[in-house]
Design a protein around this ligand. Structure first.
Ligand SMILES: [Zn+2]
Length: 135
């Protein structure tokens, strides 16, 4: 029997931001589960700076709609369509929200850490399991 050396942790700034994002996400998901039914229409919940900004029922959209979000000093362009949500452009430094691509299923999220923007999908067909995309 041998003991493995415990892995050393090197907390850096990004780790902290990720932790904060996960906490924000957990809280927002918790609020979402408390306040809404899972069986409703597919709905995009847009949050900026920790505040819920807008809920958009995607299935009611007949053509894609663009939202311009101003948060944290950044400008983000979000395109909402009947089958999902995509961050098309952002002037944030990491671009991870843009690289997340299109989210189409309940429970998926687009997170922009620098701008503190979270877009989460709720309702629609039940997701097969927790599937959170952080980018
Ligand atoms: Zn971003």
């Amino acid at each position: 029997m041998s003991l493995k050396p415990s892995p050393k942790l090197h907390p850096v700034g990004w780790d902290l931001l990720v932790v904060i994002a996960v906490v924000i996400l957990a809280v927002s998901v918790g609020i979402g589960l408390l306040g809404t039914s899972e069986s409703g229409p597919l709905t995009a919940v847009i949050s900026a700076d920790g505040q819920p900004e807008e809920r958009v029922v995607l299935s009611s959209l007949t053509e894609p709609e663009e939202r311009v979000l101003h948060s944290g000093g950044y400008t983000l362009h979000l395109v909402l369509s009947a089958d999902g949500v995509e961050m098309t452009t952002s002037d944030c430094p990491t671009q991870e929200c843009v690289h997340t691509g299109k989210i189409t299923r309940s429970g998926q999220s687009i997170v922009c850490l620098p701008a503190r923007v979270i877009v989460t999908l709720e309702g629609g067909a039940p997701a097969s399991g927790p599937d959170v995309v952080i980018g």
